[in-house]
Write a protein that binds this ligand. Structure first.
Ligand code: C5P
Length: 228
């Protein structure tokens, strides 16, 4: 099953506090985004990688150390001020309306082929499939440092990317959300909001989104385990 992947990479990474795009941070000598691009670049089923980036960072992305067969798969598009806008710009560049589209955070370099396989396999029967892991912690809703609710953990999942959609399903959700001013923190939330069903498969606890400085330590450990 062939697919295209949109990898939003135009964030500023303010929670990392690095003062520059966190995707440029190196894990064992490789920028985070380079590791992410290799996973999809090396997957033969991936026919195109659409990369929304900030225009001002174009030079960095052009000089990534990637083999030519991966570079040839990459289409650069303009990033937006929000992640959602970056993904929408990526979708806008797709001309084949029969495409299967994956969306994957540039900051998740440890996605495995097993996770991608599980998602693609379910996409044979669904129009939207995401991966997630059961929550380990107890989750409470807190307002002004006071607990207002403890949510039943057995129904809670931590959602990751990749998330897969038929092009038509994702485009309609993005178009309607943009018109209505609805902003979601992932693409599936737009699809849910638009009334479509979203199917869940098991993700991987190592498929972390490198977000804060503490994550860099975990990222190096995971990297060593996977590729060391
Ligand atoms: O900030 P966060 O880690 O949640 O962002 C997830 C992904 O979305 C990152 O890969 C980031 O580069 C991307 N992003 C984007 N455009 C934005 C904000 C975030 O492409 N305006």
């Amino acid at each position: 099953m062939q697919y295209k992947v949109i990898i939003p990479a135009a964030g500023s990474g303010s929670r990392m506090g690095a003062g520059f795009n966190k995707l440029f941070i190196k894990i064992m000598n490789s920028p985070i985004i380079e590791l992410t691009l290799k996973v999809f670049g090396e997957d033969e089923r991936c026919t195109e990688i659409i990369l929304p980036i900030k225009e001002s960072e174009n030079q960095f992305f052009e000089t990534l150390n990637l083999p030519n067969f991966i570079k040839q798969k990459i289409t650069f598009v303009k990033g937006g001020s929000e992640r959602q806008e970056s993904v929408y710009n990526g979708l806008d560049s797709i001309k084949d309306s029969e495409s299967l589209v994956l969306v994957h955070d540039g900051a998740r370099p440890f996605v495995t082929n097993s996770v991608i396989n599980r998602i693609l396999s379910e996409m044979e029967e669904h129009e939207a499939v995401i991966c997630a892991v059961p929550m380990k912690d107890t989750i409470k809703k807190v307002v002004n440092q006071e607990v207002v609710e403890t949510i039943d953990r057995s129904t809670l999942w931590g959602v990751q990317t990749p998330q897969a959609f038929t092009y038509k399903c994702l485009l309609e959700a993005h178009q309607k959300a943009t018109q209505a001013g609805y902003l979601g923190t992932d693409d599936a939330s737009l699809v849910e909001w638009n009334g479509s069903k979203v199917f869940v498969v098991n993700g991987d606890y190592n498929n972390i989104k490198v977000t804060t400085k503490e994550d860099l330590f975990f990222a190096e450990t995971i990297y060593e385990q996977y590729r060391g």
